[in-house]
Ligand binder design. Structure first.
Ligand code: SF4
Length: 330
């Protein structure tokens, strides 16, 4: 495994450093996001917040704005809280201590401890779980599979090079033992792989029951007063809390014009089209209208075109804005 990894490891920017903060940032960004998407974000992030102290001192709005487009904003908020904790208490160097940092769970603790501090700590992510299920022919699903993978990862950790070993397992899952069409012929452990030897690669890991898709319909009005846009901050406890959005309501076919008119005030309204957005198991359809307002509604913050590109906004709202920009020829 390690010989294969030494030869085939991808040259990723966070692999050129042993800075625990830089590795931590990459691990959080990589959760549920592809490597190719993360690379430019990671570079921008490290330029703007090169140290854990610089992140700890940053304003949440600036941090969210930089994260914009990566989605799952809870990760970003927790990274900020974690940085504030580390700035106060110092950076732990063992997995057990790292678990005290807000936002750091067993996987991230294992990654930072083994990669940055060479601690003999295992880790399991989706890639390791898949490699384990196939290699060992494990037929568990969900939490059961996850727990078994942790036990296996702990037992089989190569303690002389724990960071490289963990990365080798993840790299194998990401590039060879892929979810679909794994390259078993190019796999360094094919001769030991239960799934490959028993023709069950396509059956493992077994799939958990499918999560039902939830369809949501929203109506969004994009208010403009002169060359400024009206936005409101999303309250705490709601999806995308703390970010900014245009007035939005759930579409039930009856009350939305009244509710939105109350938020936006009087003006000339025009429908501009529909945008669609998928996040986790939600499919959101948004009917977008543009409103040229007669006066500034007091509950909205009025921002310039430049500002609206900089403030943190949820991805579906960005799509609505893009549609309005193209409608107005901006
Ligand atoms: Fe995965 Fe195939 Fe290698 Fe088994 S032989 S670990 S299924 S790539």
């Amino acid at each position: 495994m390690l010989a294969w990894f030494d030869e085939n490891r991808r040259d990723l920017p966070w692999r050129r450093t042993s800075d625990p903060y830089a590795i931590w940032v990459s691990e959080i960004m990589l959760q549920q996001t592809q490597v190719a998407t993360v690379i430019p974000y990671w570079h921008r992030w490290m330029e703007q917040f090169p140290t854990v102290e610089s992140l700890a001192a940053a304003d949440e709005q600036a941090v969210l704005a930089l994260w914009q487009g990566l989605g799952y904003y809870r990760r970003c908020r927790l990274l900020l809280q974690g940085a504030q904790w580390v700035a106060e208490h110092g950076m732990p160097n063992t997995a057990a201590e790292l678990l005290k940092v807000p936002g750091i769970g067993p996987y991230t603790a294992g990654a930072i401890a083994s990669i940055a501090f060479n601690q003999p700590t295992p880790l399991v992510d989706g890639n390791v779980e898949r490699v384990f299920a196939r290699l060992m022919g494990d037929t568990g699903v969900g939490q059961e599979l996850h727990d078994s993978a942790w036990v296996w990862a702990k037992r089989n950790l190569y303690k002389k090079r724990p960071g490289d070993w963990n990365q080798a397992l993840m790299e194998l899952g990401a590039t060879v033992c892929r979810p679909v069409a794994p390259d078993c012929k190019g796999c360094p452990v094919a001769d030991k792989c239960v799934a490959f030897q028993s023709w069950r690669v396509d059956e493992l890991p077994r799939k958990a029951a499918k999560v039902t898709t939830v369809k949501l319909q929203h109506v969004v009005w994009v208010p403009m007063l002169g060359d400024k846009f009206g936005v409101k901050q999303i309250p705490a406890g709601q999806w995308w809390e703390g970010m900014w959005e245009f007035p939005r309501v759930d579409a039930d076919g009856t009350l939305e014009p009244i509710q939105l008119r109350e938020m936006v005030g009087q003006g000339w309204k025009q429908d501009v089209g529909t945008v669609k957005h998928s996040v986790t198991h939600h499919r959101i359809t948004i009917e977008v209208s543009f409103v040229q307002c007669d006066e500034a509604a007091p509950n909205l913050r009025w921002v310039s075109r430049q500002e609206i590109l900089e403030i943190p906004m949820p991805a579906p709202q960005r799509k609505a804005l893009k549609l309005v920009f193209s409608h107005l020829g901006l």
